[in-house]
Design a protein around this ligand. Structure first.
Ligand SMILES: [Zn+2]
Ligand SMILES: [Zn+2]
Length: 587
């Protein structure tokens, strides 16, 4: 069912198709496993799923049999028939079928006495539709995988088996989608992270706490250098502040009250001290602002840091580098006079756009997240919120950017612009954000000396321009399928001597390249050259420099790049070419 759930009543033809396929999946499962209980089965982006409780666990090996039963149901041309039952009739019917989850949904979700159900042959689901007319309308579908899922997403409730599938109007579209999945899987950052030795997750350290291995740490160092240098060039002041602070700091900022669910429990010491791992950097940067009396001449004051943040995500939600329990945010807080706000917002957007351009983040859109309607979820007054929202919208519009409004998605202290980026799996995530905040300046009683000598209150802009290092890295791994642009790649050149006689020459090549700050390795293993070339290709190194007797004599290198292009060139020319490519951060 899908029904009596979020996407309910969606008339989108693809949703209808997938929702209908989910019913057929549940019908097939109940025919093959009469003791199976079915939970919910909504359409999702690109497909659908259905959650079941099986008497005996099933695995992916069981999917082909289920799929073939589904095909039989399609072939039988069973109509989807809606019926309205009274609450009692519905309860009796699902009781008779032993479908406890449906009974729970009827109790929780159905209002009034009328319960809408759908028949597909003998299969009955609690559902408001709409559906396709008949199972014959399902043209091309495939079951993809099984996963565990808690009933209604609640860890306290039983764990069910979720079967994922996809469904399309034609075989051609299904084939295209399956090809896309295959490609996305090859690019999966968890897989490549392991194959290319970029990062590791180890249970002894804990889930959601990735270890950056030497190759991954090299990429991260390059990213951080790039980000920090660019920000300094744009007038940011980079600071270093601690990962912990007294709990009182977050009480003053409001995080301890309004952000509690994401925070680690405080560390309590015998002397009464309570320290808290910081979930955000803002309060620390505010304290930096307050280390001296600021004047209007100091503004805008842009305080930046790649700061570690700690947020306790539930273990079930942790994924590779995408959902972690500690991450380093490319963060900044801009303290400015109200009349400077618009320019600062614009420049923040421009910086994020610049980073995106260099890093190859091509597919993104802007979202303007506005205030929640629930008063408990935000602080401040209506007027300030309206001003802040208007300032963000005006900044985007003045840059000729379009955006969508996401009502209720703002931070508790102010509205924000999110850059929604699509990853290799076509999933969206928020990479960069620009937020306007009148509240924290008030809570911390921030001020500056105005031109006329009076004390005034600055406005704060919170902005993350390149997102978190973890999320950004995971995106880049998938974006480039591990073949990072040369300036980012962990190893930029691998030198391969053809025989042992050229090992010394190979080492001298490496030394010459290193002198130009090129990251280079010599593959002097006693392996055959073809094997070395294959291994270098597998590591996606941008350049292989092959050194034989002829090259040694003429101080040349035989260069092969990642695209398979081969050239023979003087060593110095090659070194200059690669150094220039790195310096320009060419994609
Ligand atoms: Zn349904
Ligand atoms: Zn902040």
């Amino acid at each position: 069912m899908a029904e009596y759930a979020d996407h309910e009543g969606s008339a989108d033809p693809l949703h209808k198709l997938r929702h209908s396929t989910a019913h057929v999946l549940a019908a097939a499962v109940t025919e093959l496993y009469p003791d199976a209980k079915y939970g919910i089965g909504p359409p999702v982006e690109d497909g659908f799923y259905y959650d079941f409780a099986f008497g005996k666990p099933i695995s992916e090996a069981d999917l082909p049999a289920i799929e073939s039963r589904m095909r039989r149901i399609v072939h039988e041309d069973r109509p989807f028939v809606q019926e309205t039952l009274s609450r009692k009739e519905a309860v009796d019917e699902f009781t008779r079928r032993g479908q406890d989850y449906k009974l729970e949904l009827i109790a929780d979700k159905v209002e009034g006495d009328e319960v809408s159900v759908y028949h597909t042959g003998d299969f009955l689901d609690l559902c408001r539709g709409p559906h396709v007319a008949s199972t014959r309308d399902l043209k091309a579908f495939k079951l993809l995988r099984v996963a565990g899922a808690y009933w209604r997403g609640d860890e306290q409730k039983p764990q069910l088996t979720r079967i994922y599938g996809t469904s399309w109007p034609s075989q051609k579209e299904l084939d295209e989608y399956l090809r896309f999945l295959e490609e996305a899987e090859k690019r999966d950052h968890k897989k490549l992270g392991k194959d290319l030795k970029l990062f590791a997750v180890d249970d002894r350290v804990g889930p959601g706490l990735p270890l950056w291995l030497p190759a991954g740490a090299t990429v991260r160092r390059e990213l951080e250098r790039f980000i920090v240098d660019e920000e300094i060039a744009r007038g940011y002041l980079h600071v270093r502040t601690p990962d912990v602070a007294r709990i009182e700091l977050y009480e003053q900022s409001g995080h301890a009250q309004l952000y509690r669910e994401f925070m680690y429990p405080p560390m309590r010491f015998e002397d009464g001290e309570q320290l808290e791992l910081r979930p955000v950097n803002c309060p620390h940067h505010i304290v930096v602002y307050q280390t001296e009396l600021r004047s209007y001449r100091d503004l805008p004051l842009r305080i930046a840091e790649i700061g570690n943040n700690w947020r306790y995500e539930r273990s079930g939600t942790l994924v590779g580098l995408n959902r972690v329990r500690s991450f380093a945010l490319n963060d900044a807080h801009i303290f400015c006079a109200p009349e400077q706000l618009m320019d600062e917002v614009r420049e923040s957007i421009e910086l994020a756009t610049y980073f995106s351009g260099v890093l190859g983040i091509d597919e993104y859109r802007y979202e303007l997240a506005t205030r929640d309607d629930v008063k408990e979820k935000w602080m401040g007054d209506e007027q300030q919120w309206r001003e802040a929202q208007d300032a963000l919208a005006a900044a985007l519009e003045s840059m000729g950017q379009t955006y969508t409004i996401k009502a209720g998605d703002a931070a508790f202290y102010g509205p924000k612009i999110d850059f929604q980026v699509k990853d290799a799996h076509r999933r969206e995530f928020t990479n960069s954000t620009v937020q306007v905040d009148f509240q924290l300046p008030q809570r911390f009683d921030l001020e500056y000396v105005a031109e006329d000598g009076s004390r005034k209150r600055p406005v704060m802009v919170h902005r993350g321009a390149a997102g978190s290092m973890e999320r950004l890295f995971s995106y880049l791994i998938e974006r480039y399928a591990g073949a990072f642009p040369t300036w980012l790649h962990p190893v930029q050149v691998v030198v391969i001597p053809i025989t042992d006689a050229q090992v010394d020459y190979a080492k001298s090549i490496a030394a010459r390249l290193r002198a130009r700050k090129i990251r280079v390795e010599v593959d002097a293993r006693p392996e055959r050259m073809q094997r070395k070339i294959r291994d270098a290709q597998a590591s996606k190194v941008p350049y292989m420099a092959i050194a034989g007797g002829r090259e040694a004599e003429s101080e040349h290198v035989n260069v092969r790049d990642r695209a398979g292009k081969q050239t023979d060139e003087p060593l110095d020319e090659f070194a200059s070419r690669v150094a220039a490519e790195i310096a320009e951060r060419r994609r």
